[in-house]
Ligand binder design. Structure first.
Ligand code: CP
Length: 318
């Protein structure tokens, strides 16, 4: 395909000067908006016949995943290929990590094969930053423990912006396991920077009041905020990151915090329901809500490919 030189991907804008994407906390509103705008251009390509745009020909990325993933891994892999680059898949469970090799030795050996970008998911908060400080190639955070999941935050925000046209003045409720959710943290940073009001809601054992310091509201009762939010982002309970059970039973959690048909009837008329996935049907969301007319859950997944294409292009094209 011949790339049209007047297109939006002609040159990386000067506002972007980063090699890595480690989190949304460190990005400015301008940088976040640039990624969203660029993702919007790539989004239009995803629905046409020829979905490839070879802007990163000759580059090689590695999907370095130390935790399970469906959406993020496939989406990054697809985004790399759509841009004409090569992607190498690495699964920790079948690698020499099992023989005791450290993450840094693993990463340095992979980089020595002339890799341009490492896309890393790891259970330790800060693992992507550690790699960024020790490698010469670009590092993209695909989720580091409960710390951040920047591309998930970006695709959530892009999905909201596509529905409402702006983030300014919208009220977005993040419901569920705020304490262990990297998605919640990336949402909070990104949404606040773009002018949205954010409410974090869940059991008191999973919702800290410290977010008040940056203007985030907290609430322990979903029923009290049903008619206030324009968007509900329904988060999974991250049992794998918890050492004690934060509530008596899953049934009780679903009763108090699950989004169901009855609760939907008390929300705003044009309310948007999103969820990062994987969803647990019958816990944080019932099937009628997940598959209902207000749900943008699968749309989020489509937007995720565009967001990751934008991030790859911005960090690797210059
Ligand atoms: N939302 C998300 O990160 O999903 P995966 O764990 O399947 O990548």
């Amino acid at each position: 395909m011949v790339v049209n030189k007047t297109e939006h991907w002609d040159e990386v804008p000067a506002v972007w000067n980063r090699r890595h994407l480690l989190g949304l906390e460190e990005l400015s509103a301008k940088e976040i908006t640039l990624i969203l705008d660029q993702a919007e251009h790539f989004r239009s390509i995803l629905t046409r016949g020829d979905r490839k745009i070879p802007l990163l020909n000759g580059k090689t990325c590695v999907n370095l995943f130390f935790e399970n993933s469906t959406r993020t891994r496939v989406s990054f892999g697809l985004a790399v290929r759509r841009l004409g680059a090569d992607v190498i898949e690495f699964a920790a469970s079948t690698s020499s990590i099992a023989k005791g090799e450290s993450i840094i030795d693993t990463a340095k050996n992979i980089e020595a094969m002339q890799i341009d970008c490492v896309i890393v998911r790891h259970h330790c908060p800060g693992a992507p930053k550690f790699l960024a400080e020790n490698l010469s190639c670009s590092v993209l955070n695909a989720g580091d423990g409960p710390h951040e999941h920047p591309t998930q935050g970006l695709l959530d925000i892009l999905t909201i912006r596509r529905h409402f046209g702006t983030l300014e003045g919208l009220t977005v409720a993040l419901v569920g396991d705020i304490a262990h959710s990297r998605t919640a943290r990336s949402n909070i940073w990104g949404l606040k920077k773009l002018g949205a009001n954010v409410i974090v809601c869940g059991p008191s054992t999973l919702v800290s009041t410290h977010w008040e310091e940056i203007g985030v509201e907290y609430c322990y009762h979903l029923d009290k905020i049903l008619d206030r939010a324009d968007v509900f982002n329904l988060l999974r309970i991250q049992f794998e990151r918890q050492v004690t059970r934060p509530f008596p039973s899953i049934a009780e959690y679903a009763h108090l915090y699950g989004m169901n048909g009855n609760r939907m009837r008390r929300t705003k008329e044009n309310v948007l329901i999103i969820a990062p996935g994987p969803i647990n049907r019958g816990v944080e969301i019932t099937p009628e809500v997940a598959d209902g007319p207000h749900s943008a859950i699968l749309e989020q997944v489509t937007n995720g490919v565009a967001v990751r294409m934008a991030v790859l292009w911005l960090t690797l094209a210059r």
